[in-house]
Design a binder for this molecule. Structure first.
Ligand code: NIG
Ligand code: FE
Length: 419
C-alpha cells in the first residue's frame, strides 16, 4: 500500500541527522506546497507536490490543501501509567500547600504508589491506554513511559506489564524507563540508602524484562529523582553506575526545586537527557551546552504548580544546548497530555520561537529517548508517523491553545481511527 499526501500548504520536516542546537533549532525544514510518500510504515519520498506527483503513483491520495503536514510529536518524558488521581492535592495546593510539603507528609508520589500497588494489571492498562489514546489524538505518536509508582519489584513489573499490554494494541511506540528511584516508599522511610540498594537490585531485573522479548527492540533507560529530600547526587551516581553495568541508558530528574549539582554529575555519567532544569545555574547550563546530553524542559509542571518561574530554556538554547520539550504527564505535577499546550507555554514563558518549540517537540525529543534514527522527522527511511494539522501555518500549533488543531494522525502508516 502506497500513499501520497499532497498539496500541503507546508510540509514541516524537522529533518536532521543529529539533535538540533544553535541556528538549526530555528530551521523546521519547510517545504511549501509539499508532498510526502509512504509505503506501509516507511516514508519513501518527500518534496514539492509537482515533483512528487510527476514521479510517483499511489494506491491512496490524501489531499492536504490549506493544511500543515508535520512529524508526530515525541513525548520524551511521561509517567503515563498510574492508577487513580490526585484531585485532593490539587485543592490543597490551591489553598497554599506546596508540592514538596505534600510529598514530605506522605502524599504526592507515594499516594499514587498506594493506588498503583492496589490496582490490577488490567485496570492499570485500561486507565493508561485511555490516556495514551487521548495523547495520540493530540498528535503524540511516540511515548517514553516511566515506572516509579511501584517502588517494589512486583508493582514496578506490573507497570511494565501494563506497557506491554499497550504495545500489544499495535498502535503505539513506547520507550520504557525504570524509575525505581522516584521516591522512598513508606516501608523504607528513614532508610534511603537501603532503598537505593533495592533499586540497584531491581535494575538487572528491569533490563532482563525487556530483553526477554526480542520483538521489542527499544532502548531502555534508568531515571532518578535527584532532589533535596529525595535522592542525593551520590545516591543517583550509584544508581546510574549500576544502570551502565547492565547496558541501560541514563536519565535524571534534576533541578526541579533545588540545584544540587545533578546536571554536572549526570553529564559526567553520560546521561542521554537531564529533565526539568527549573533552577539550573548558568554555570551548569554551560556544562550542559558543552555536552551531548539533551536538556528536557517540562513547562506544564510550572504552569500546573501555579509557579511564575520557568526553566531558562532561552539561555540554554543561546548557550548552544540541545533542548527538547515534553509533557511530564503524571497525576501530581502535570496532568497534561498535550504537546501543543507544552509548546504554547514554552513560547510564551520561555521565549522559544515556534520553530524552536517544533524541533524540541519532535526531532530533539526523539534523540532524547534514543529514537532519533527512527522517528521525530519527515525523512526518507523514517517511520511514517505524520500529522495533518488544520491550519495553513505550523506556528498556529503554538499560537492557538485550548483547541486541538491536529486533524489526522498517521501512525506507522496507518490512520488512527480516533483522529
Ligand atoms: O517529573 N518530580 C518527580 N516526578 C514527577 C512527578 C510525579 C508525581 O507527582 O506523581 C515529575 O514532576
Ligand atoms: Fe517526571
Amino acid at each position: 500500500m502506497k500513499t501520497i499526501i499532497h498539496n500541503a500548504k507546508q510540509v514541516i520536516t524537522c529533518a536532521g541527522d543529529r539533535p538540533k542546537r544553535d541556528e538549526s533549532m530555528r530551521d523546521v525544514g519547510m517545504i511549501e506546497n509539499g508532498a510526502v510518500v509512504f509505503e506501509r510504515e516507511t516514508i519513501t519520498a518527500v518534496g514539492t507536490t509537482p515533483e512528487i506527483v510527476a514521479s510517483h503513483s499511489a494506491d491512496q491520495m490524501i489531499d492536504a490543501s490549506g493544511k500543515v503536514v508535520c512529524p508526530g510529536f515525541v513525548d520524551c518524558h511521561t509517567h503515563a501509567v498510574y492508577a487513580g488521581d490526585r484531585l485532593d492535592e490539587f485543592e490543597q495546593r490551591i489553598q497554599g500547600k506546596t508540592y514538596m510539603e505534600i510529598m514530605a507528609a506522605g502524599g504526592g508520589i507515594n499516594s499514587t504508589v498506594r493506588a498503583t500497588r492496589a490496582a490490577s494489571v488490567n485496570d492499570l492498562s485500561t486507565q493508561s491506554i485511555r490516556r495514551l489514546h487521548r495523547m495520540l489524538r493530540l498528535g503524540t505518536t511516540t511515548f517514553e513511559i516511566k515506572t516509579g509508582y511501584g517502588l517494589d519489584w512486583d508493582t514496578e513489573k506490573k507497570m511494565f506489564d501494563a506497557m506491554q499490554m499497550e504495545l500489544e494494541t499495535g498502535l503505539l511506540d513506547i520507550v520504557p524507563t525504570f524509575l525505581g528511584a522516584h521516591a522512598v516508599p513508606p516501608e523504607y522511610q528513614g532508610r534511603t540508602n537501603d532503598y537505593v540498594d533495592l533499586v540497584c537490585e531491581m535494575i538487572p531485573r528491569a533490563a532482563h524484562y525487556w530483553r526477554l522479548d526480542p520483538l521489542i527492540n527499544v532502548p531502555i533507560f534508568v531515571d532518578v529523582f535527584c532532589e533535596a529530600g529525595v535522592f542525593s547526587v551520590e545516591q543517583s551516581q550509584c544508581i546510574w553506575e549500576t544502570a551502565r553495568k547492565h547496558g541501560m541508558g541514563i536519565k535524571a530528574h534534576v533541578d526541579e526545586f533545588k540545584s544540587l549539582g545533578g546536571v554536572t554529575a549526570a553529564v559526567e555519567a553520560d546521561a542521554i537527557s537531564v529533565d526539568h532544569l527549573d533552577v539550573t545555574t548558568d554555570e551548569e547550563i554551560r556544562v550542559l551546552a558543552a555536552s551531548d546530553t539533551i536538556g528536557v524542559i517540562l513547562p506544564t509542571v510550572n504552569f500546573n504548580l501555579g509557579s511564575t518561574h520557568y526553566a531558562n530554556a532561552r539561555g540554554m538554547i543561546e548557550a548552544g544546548a540541545a533542548v527538547a520539550l515534553a509533557t511530564d504527564l503524571n497525576p501530581g505535577s502535570a496532568p497534561c497530555p498535550s504537546m501543543p499546550l507544552v509548546m504554547a507555554i514554552a513560547c510564551r514563558y520561555q521565549k522559544l520561537l515556534p520553530a524552536e518549540a517544533m524541533n524540541a517537540a519532535t526531532i530533539n525529543a526523539a534523540y532524547a529517548i534514543g529514537m532519533g534514527d527512527h522517528v521525530g522527522s519527515i525523512q526518507v527511511g523514517k517511520q511514517a508517523d505524520i500529522l495533518i494539522v488544520d491550519a495553513p501555518d505550523y506556528r498556529a500549533l503554538a499560537y492557538e491553545f485550548g483547541v486541538n488543531l491536529v486533524e489526522r494522525v498517521i501512525k506507522r502508516g496507518v490512520l488512527f481511527e480516533g483522529s
